[in-house]
Design a protein around this ligand. Structure first.
Ligand code: AMP
Length: 184
């Protein structure tokens, strides 16, 4: 487990990620990353910190693709892919991708959701860095890992901006290193 990349980043994230109580429903404290995205220096720092999880200790890139999870994961994962010199692959909610897809259903607090990825998104054995904004219960990242397994990819690392530690989401993501820039 890793958390943060130094005090500057911790301070920046604490300042630029806004808590919005009772959104989208009562009892949820929504982690709003809009102020961070609007701050150029903050955005650059965060993209660099997330991209580090696609490199080894010598700085060499060790992933073939970066996956972003709809929707805020896209905003973070696309610049991370550019920083690493890899392609970007979107994992989308059901019914949004035009081509043939693999699908993975997972449980939400109420009901079920399905994630999809294009069947031709990966070359067999592609090493993948998964990016999202928030790790909460871990259901979304867990389903994404299973989806990528169907698609023939290997998940090297999962990196998120914020982990809600009290929900123990990383316990659901077995066998894959999960990194958070900030754990609350
Ligand atoms: P989970 O599957 O429970 O880990 O939820 C993670 C997904 O839901 C991520 O794609 C997040 O964007 C979103 N999410 C869950 N909880 C929050 C929160 N408190 N603030 C912002 N986004 C959240």
């Amino acid at each position: 487990m890793t958390s943060g990349r130094g005090r500057d980043l911790d301070a920046l994230l604490s300042t630029l990620i806004r808590d919005v109580p009772d959104f989208p429903k009562p009892g949820i404290v929504f982690k709003d990353i809009s102020p961070l995205l609007a701050d150029h220096d903050g955005f650059v720092l965060v993209v660099e910190a997330l991209a580090a999880y696609g490199r080894d200790e010598s700085g060499a890139v060790v992933v073939d693709k970066v996956v972003g999870i709809e929707a805020r994961g896209f905003i973070l994962a696309a610049p991370v892919a550019l920083a690493l010199g890899t392609g970007f692959v979107p994992v989308r909610k059901a019914g949004k991708l035009p081509g043939a897809t693999y699908q993975e259903a997972y449980a939400l607090e109420y009901g079920e959701a399905t994630l999809e990825v294009h069947q031709d998104a990966f070359t067999e054995g592609d090493r993948v860095l998964i990016i999202d904004d928030v790790l909460a219960t871990g259901g979304t990242v867990d389903a994404t890992g299973k989806l990528l397994g169907q698609a023939g990819a290997t998940v090297s690392n999962v990196a998120v901006l914020i982990e809600l530690g009290f929900l123990c989401g990383r316990d659901r993501v077995k066998g894959t290193p999960v990194h958070a820039l900030l754990t609350v």
